[in-house]
Design a protein around this ligand. Structure first.
Ligand code: A2P
Length: 329
């Protein structure tokens, strides 16, 4: 297939190229793009060098698939033009996720929401993807009534500038800031902009995207998103109130059988998921599975994944592979 990548110089864009290579996505022609600031630069893909182009030229090339990871405003500006040329857009930004006509897809859960007439497919937010992968089988079997989520999110989720800020602070360099405060030796309870209801945009993504992907608007959800000085992945403490009784072993078995999940749960041997283990991996790791003794049918879990891989690039590439497998491209 002919694939355009919008945002090829970005944190996620770079990982997307590596994941396409690793998974040997059948790419016949590759069209990498970035902003006009990157004009003349090159990227390496499948052993070849490619000069970065402008999005306008990529639209004219009518690729089969355009994968976007260049922020919501670029997606809003250009996705429609690709779509009206017949291109499938896989968009990693928040631009289309809430749109009812746009499927919000984690392939293992709801690839069937993509149809022949779909043209824009939204890739969910990183912290949502890793969480719903673990929650979907639990919701199907036991019914989730309420979720209380606390995240410990990697700086890689805020892009190149944020990783540089952490490195600069560690090296004692006064550089450009991606966050309103120091991130090293700190925790920022501030993911995305604050919204009118007191939650941040990242917190509301967890609420709304989880309901959409699990196809259940009734689940009550509250979340606190915290940015931590970590680069390997996002960690999440997830408390779920279920509708039916369960055993911890039953949950372990259910998750062990779930595609894309690795259960790492042997506290006596100090085995539990951590971002240092998850970095560079495509799986979602779950541990600290236990009963919440404060309510009936309460479940606590600790969910960790590399936010640049399953949380972004891998999920998008899996969607592209699905389009190919289903002969939609
Ligand atoms: P550039 O490197 O030219 O700025 P990150 O989130 O890691 O900072 O990456 C953002 C990505 O989106 C980069 O590849 C960036 O390109 C790209 N980008 C930002 N704005 C646009 C735009 N208007 N058109 C195309 N690409 C864009």
């Amino acid at each position: 297939m002919v694939v355009a990548l919008i945002g090829a110089t970005g944190m996620v864009g770079q990982v997307m190229m590596r994941v396409m290579e690793e998974r040997a996505l059948p790419v016949r022609e590759f069209i990498p793009c970035a902003s006009p600031r990157s004009k003349g630069k090159e990227v390496k893909f499948m052993g070849k060098s490619y000069r970065l182009g402008l999005v306008e030229d990529a639209i004219k090339a009518k690729p089969d698939v355009a994968i976007f990871s260049a922020g919501a405003s670029a997606s809003r500006k250009y996705a429609g033009a690709f779509a009206s040329n017949g291109t499938f857009v896989i968009d990693n930004s928040s631009a289309w996720r809430a749109d009812e006509s746009v499927p919000l897809v984690v392939p293992e859960i709801n690839a069937d929401t993509i149809s022949k007439s779909t043209r824009i497919i939204a890739n969910p937010n990183c912290s949502t993807i890793q969480m719903v992968l673990a929650l979907a089988p639990i919701h199907r079997k036991y019914g989730i009534k309420r979720l209380v989520i606390s995240t410990y999110q990697s700086v890689t989720g805020s892009g190149v500038k944020a990783v540089r800020q952490l490195k600069d602070e560690r090296a004692g360099i006064e550089g450009e800031k991606a966050y309103p405060h120091a991130i090293d030796l700190n925790c920022l309870p501030h993911g995305g902009d604050f919204t009118e209801n007191g939650y941040t945009a990242e917190e509301m993504k967890l609420v709304n995207e989880t309901r959409k992907i699990l196809d259940d608007p009734e689940i009550r959800i509250t979340a606190t998103v915290v940015r931590v000085p970590v680069t390997g992945g996002h960690s999440e403490a997830v408390n779920a109130e279920l509708s039916a009784d369960f055993s911890v072993d039953g949950i372990r078995q259910l998750l062990s059988k779930t595609e894309g999940i690795v259960v790492m749960d042997d506290p006596a041997a100090n085995i539990y998921p951590m971002p240092r283990f998850a970095e560079g991996r495509d799986e979602v790791f779950v541990g600290r599975i236990r009963k919440d003794t404060s309510v009936a049918f309460g479940l606590d879990m600790w969910i960790v994944a590399d936010n640049l891989r399953k949380g972004a690039a891998t999920n998008a590439v899996q969607i592209a592979q699905y389009l190919k497998d289903r002969k939609l491209v």
